[in-house]
Design a protein around this ligand. Structure first.
Ligand code: FE2
Ligand code: FE2
Length: 173
């Protein structure tokens, strides 16, 4: 476990100077791309909020709000990636960086690994249940309930993806 990300491993393990310099400039380019993306996400969010402010349509307002919640999360995710990379480039460890050494005991790591497997199964069960519900909801509110269930299936698939990554990360604990 505790596999370092590519860029982090670059600084953790000695490499020839030339290789190290190439790594830094690549990371700096990536950081610039993240920073630009962070600005785009901010602009997106501002636009959505402006639309929502004048929206007198409850269904539209509700749905736009779902998007805004996602956009807020996108912003924090991009911010965390940028902070992590910036920390690696500057040899610092910002509080909002994602990478760091673990203080989990082997037993705690095993327990977390067990929980990830349990929740993967539960998320998959949840997806099956939502899919069944879609059939009985298809006619409600011109398909609104069907849409919301599909959105939740999408979220659950995302949760499975995240948990599977974590499970593999913790596998050799
Ligand atoms: Fe986004
Ligand atoms: Fe979930």
């Amino acid at each position: 476990m505790n596999k370092p990300a590519d860029m982090a491993s670059f600084w953790l393990y000695p490499a020839p100077l030339e290789e190290r310099e190439r790594g830094v400039s690549e990371a700096e380019r990536l950081l610039k791309a993240f920073a630009a993306h962070e600005d785009e996400e901010k602009a997106f969010l501002k636009d959505y909020r402006a639309i929502l402010e004048h929206c007198k349509h409850p269904m539209a307002a509700y749905l736009l709000n779902l998007i805004i919640e996602d956009e807020e999360r996108h912003q924090t995710v991009v911010h965390s990636m940028a902070a992590t990379l910036r920390g690696a480039i500057n040899w610092t460890h910002p509080a909002d960086a994602i990478e760091g050494s673990t203080t989990l005991t082997q037993e705690q790591a095993r327990e977390l690994h067990r929980l990830t497997r349990k929740y993967i199964d539960e998320e998959k069960e949840g997806i099956k249940k939502y899919k069944k519900l879609i059939k009985s909801c298809s006619g409600y509110y011109r398909g609104l309930f069907g849409l919301l269930l599909k959105v939740m299936i999408h979220d659950s698939e995302k949760h499975v993806m995240i948990l599977e990554f974590l499970r593999d990360e913790l596998a050799d604990a």
